[in-house]
Design a protein around this ligand. Structure first.
Ligand code: ADP
Ligand code: MG
Length: 279
């Protein structure tokens, strides 16, 4: 087991944002955390990538207590790509990616040929080697996210923690980012906003609501119209897509939600009549 989170609890002052959260990620798995806005997804991830420290609970990374691990050691194992992709200064693409090397260096160490090679390799991997000298701040949202993924690759980690990494991107870049990450064959734990993307890319899902994990399982187990209605309060239809073989979810507008309910009631009445007829 790569990551084992047991009874993680975290509060912002009075506000309990993660309540006894337990989850596991096995080597090579692509695991998603879904759930409405404010359900605690980012809070859990921040406790895992050590931006926050749990009030209670345990987190094991490769069997070792993450909370007492030296920061550099955990940064050699686990890379993070979040949704805020702004940096305060005008770095070049190459400089941002080179920051991924810092867990391997001491203060004031200069770049070794291996560092430079890793940076080049990461940029090449994302098709961005032509952009090395460009200003990061002047890139599009999709390009910025690709640079941050390149930084994660340069960090030589095989475990990625992602917090809605494609949230502000249009659909082509959303797919491109997830395809890139999938191809890396690393272990992934990612908060994902979009249920169809979660169904396409994840092996397993955890569903959060009000700070708790309320459901877990494969996309097929978790993403049923009943569960979606319970957690998000929206009616939907769920089908297996003929090309992808994955679930495809369609959310129904209010008018159709009523019809769907009517339809279900209609079916019930029909079934009752049939039973009565048979009796
Ligand atoms: P999600 O990522 O699922 O949208 P978050 O983990 O960001 O949810 O937030 C969970 C809850 O904690 C929300 O009610 C949110 O308002 C609250 N919260 C998040 N960050 C802070 C903070 N820095 N201070 C106080 N409350 C916060
Ligand atoms: Mg969030």
């Amino acid at each position: 087991m790569r990551l084992e989170v047991e009874n993680l609890t975290y509060s912002y002052g009075e506000k309990e944002a993660a309540d006894q959260v337990s989850l596991k990620v096995d080597r090579g798995e692509f695991v998603g955390i879904i759930g409405p806005n404010g359900s605690g997804k980012s809070t859990v991830l921040k406790n895992i990538y050590r931006a926050l420290t749990p009030d209670s609970g345990t987190i094991l990374l490769d069997g070792e207590n993450l909370l007492s691990m030296p920061y550099k050691k955990s940064a050699r194992k686990l890379a993070v790509v979040g949704q805020e992709n702004e940096v305060p200064f005008d770095f070049t693409v190459e400089e941002i990616v080179a920051m991924g090397r810092s867990p391997y260096k001491k203060l004031f160490d200069i770049d070794t040929p291996h560092d430079r090679q890793m940076v080049h390799h990461a940029l090449e991997h994302l098709g961005m080697d032509q952009m090395a000298k460009r200003s990061y701040l002047r890139l599009s949202g999709g390009e910025k996210q690709r640079v941050l993924i390149a930084r994660a690759i340069a960090q030589e980690c095989d475990f990625f923690v992602l917090d809605e990494p494609t949230n502000h991107l249009d659909i082509r870049y959303q797919m491109q980012i997830f395809d890139f990450i999938k191809r890396l064959q690393v272990t992934v734990l990612s908060a994902i906003h979009d249920l169809n993307l979660a169904a396409l890319y994840c092996d397993r899902l955890y569903v959060m609501k009000n700070g708790r994990v309320v459901l877990e399982g494969t996309p097929e187990e978790v993403l049923t119209p009943e569960h979606i209605s319970e957690v998000y309060g929206v009616a939907s239809t769920v089908e297996v897509h003929p090309l992808t073989g994955k679930l495809a979810i369609t959310f129904l507008p209010e008018e159709l939600q009523k019809q769907k309910l009517e339809g279900q009631r209609g079916n019930l009445r029909w079934a009752e009549k049939k039973r009565e007829g048979a009796a």
